[in-house]
Ligand binder design. Structure first.
Ligand code: SF4
Length: 499
């Protein structure tokens, strides 16, 4: 028997040029785990990655059908409005074959009922943590020759029974390295699953069905590293855990042990963690073991916002964590939601002052990221349900799984839209500049490669900051015409700097 695991087409769109939040980083391992589960169940498994494809459903269907698989399973990720491509594809596959068509991953889990209606040719969905569900399904299909109701499987017109989470993560097979993962010099690996946090914007809890973090036994983690590092040339390790470090002494000890494991393999590593899990001691030790980057989801510089989104940290803890990471010499990456939907203008200004005070607005690329991100609302998320309840969802028929929302303060919406357009001009311009020169480097010199004219990083940075402040100041005062004129002026100036 043979299964085909398919990555759905999900090309980048201008609107979501720099948005990466359509799936958490841990989802990058989903297809690799599915392939390994299938082989362990005695099936042949093939992987086809159509991630960057925009259209040509017929061509894609032809390639899938050529594999002559007995089951076709899509790792379906939110596709920023390209879901119709997948629907067309399913229809073509259904026309040409009777092979059952399924989907798994965060998006099908959260959007399950709507997705089954939207994609009438989709036969089943594996919801939530899928590995044991898939193993059972493949065993059962080998016997019955059909998809039958099982815990964790949604079929049309059948009630779904939940499947308990995997207690012992050592039972998981070692994931294949496939897709874009293979092209990276860094190895994505999970040392735990889930998170004890309850942030209102996050999908992790909805996906696993609880706020529980499960730890991987260290022996199995080490075995996975050894096996996967032998597969290809790797220069670093990245732990994709939603939060790499937990609270308490045992957790710290465990993080240190994992760090020394990476060191034994001679590789630097990066990780993501909550700010309230860090202190000088642990960062110093992890840095000594080769930690090279840490991602902190700080989200806001306002205590009122942090409370609203249920982040359960405060700005003082953020300041401290940023200081600690900087002192350790480990590279700091940040997650920040400038335009939280209930934010008021004063909070935008507070955010700006906070970032400036922490000297986080000194480089144009980080500035562009920090000053523009809004909350993304995807179908099936808690945010979607809330905004629907509050009649604040702004729906667009072309985007059935994604919504805009009405900001509580309309002036914030104005600033957000203006910064969104300015950022699109920035990211597009920077990409063009890099394409022209074939490099993103040498910016410190003030010149990118052979750019046709001098590129001044400081001027670009200053413009982004000035624009944000001007938009905030003007949002409550200017007529909409004057605001538009001002916005166009900034965009025009930025484009001139980047062309
Ligand atoms: S701490 Fe991070 S992973 Fe955990 S719930 Fe909050 S956003 Fe999600």
């Amino acid at each position: 028997m043979k299964i085909a695991i398919i990555e759905n087409p999900r090309p980048r769109t201008l609107e979501h040029y720099n948005d990466v939040a359509n799936a958490p980083l841990s989802a990058s391992l989903n297809s690799g785990y599915a392939l390994a589960v299938a082989r362990q169940a005695g099936w042949d498994a093939v992987y086809l990655d159509f991630t960057p494809h925009a259209g040509d459903a017929a061509g894609i269907a032809g390639r899938i059908l050529a594999e002559a698989a007995d089951l076709i399973l899509f790792h379906w990720v939110y596709a920023w409005g390209h879901e119709t491509v997948v629907c067309d594809l399913l229809e073509l596959l259904c026309r040409e074959s009777v092979v059952p068509l399924g989907a798994f991953g965060i998006f099908p889990t959260l959007a399950r009922q709507r997705l089954l209606r939207y994609a009438p040719h989709l036969d089943f969905i594996l919801i939530g943590e899928f590995e044991e569900t898939l193993a059972d399904l493949l065993r059962d299909f080998s016997v019955a020759g059909a998809i039958r109701p099982l815990p964790g499987v949604i079929l049309r017109d059948h009630a779904v029974a939940a499947r308990p989470l995997i207690d012992d993560l050592a039972r998981l097979p070692l994931p294949d390295d496939v897709g874009s993962n293979q092209g990276y010099p860094s190895l994505n690996i999970a040392a735990s699953r889930g998170c004890f946090g309850q942030c209102s914007f996050c999908f992790i809890r909805s996906y696993y069905g609880c706020s529980r973090r499960r730890l991987r036994p260290l022996a199995s983690l080490e075995q996975e590293m050894e096996t996967r590092l032998a597969r290809r040339a790797i220069r670093s390790i990245y732990f994709v855990d939603p939060t790499f470090i937990g609270h308490g002494g045992t957790e710290r000890k465990r993080a240190v042990e994992i760090g020394s494991m990476a060191q034994r393999f001679g590789l630097p590593f990066g990780f993501e963690t909550r700010v309230d899990t860090l202190d000088e001691g642990i960062m110093e030790i992890l840095a000594a073991h080769g930690a090279e980057s840490v991602f902190l989801g700080i989200e806001s510089g306002c205590d009122s916002v942090l409370q609203r989104i249920g982040k359960r940290i405060n700005t003082e803890q953020i300041r401290r964590a940023v200081r600690i990471v900087r002192r350790s010499g480990v590279r700091l990456n940040l997650g920040f939601i400038m335009f939280e939907p209930d934010t008021c203008l004063a909070e935008l200004e507070e955010n700006y002052a906070f970032l400036e005070d922490l000297e986080l607005l000194d480089h144009h690329e980080l500035t562009a990221n920090l000053l523009y991100h809004n909350q993304i609302v995807l179908y099936g998320s808690m945010a979607w349900r809330r905004f629907k309840r509050e009649k604040r969802l702004l729906l667009d028929g072309r985007l059935p799984f994604e919504a805009r929302y009405r900001f509580r303060d309309e002036r914030v919406g104005l600033v957000c839209a203006a910064m969104g357009r300015l950022s699109a001009a920035y990211f597009g311009g920077m990409d063009a500049l890099r394409g022209m020169t074939g490099t993103a480097g040498q910016e410190g010199s003030g010149v990118i490669g052979n750019a046709p004219q001098e590129f001044s990083p400081d001027d670009v940075n200053a413009l982004l900051k000035d624009a944000f402040q001007s938009f905030c100041a003007a949002a409550g005062n200017l007529s909409s015409n004057s605001f538009t004129t001002m916005e166009e002026r900034y965009r025009h100036s930025l484009q001139k700097m980047l062309l």
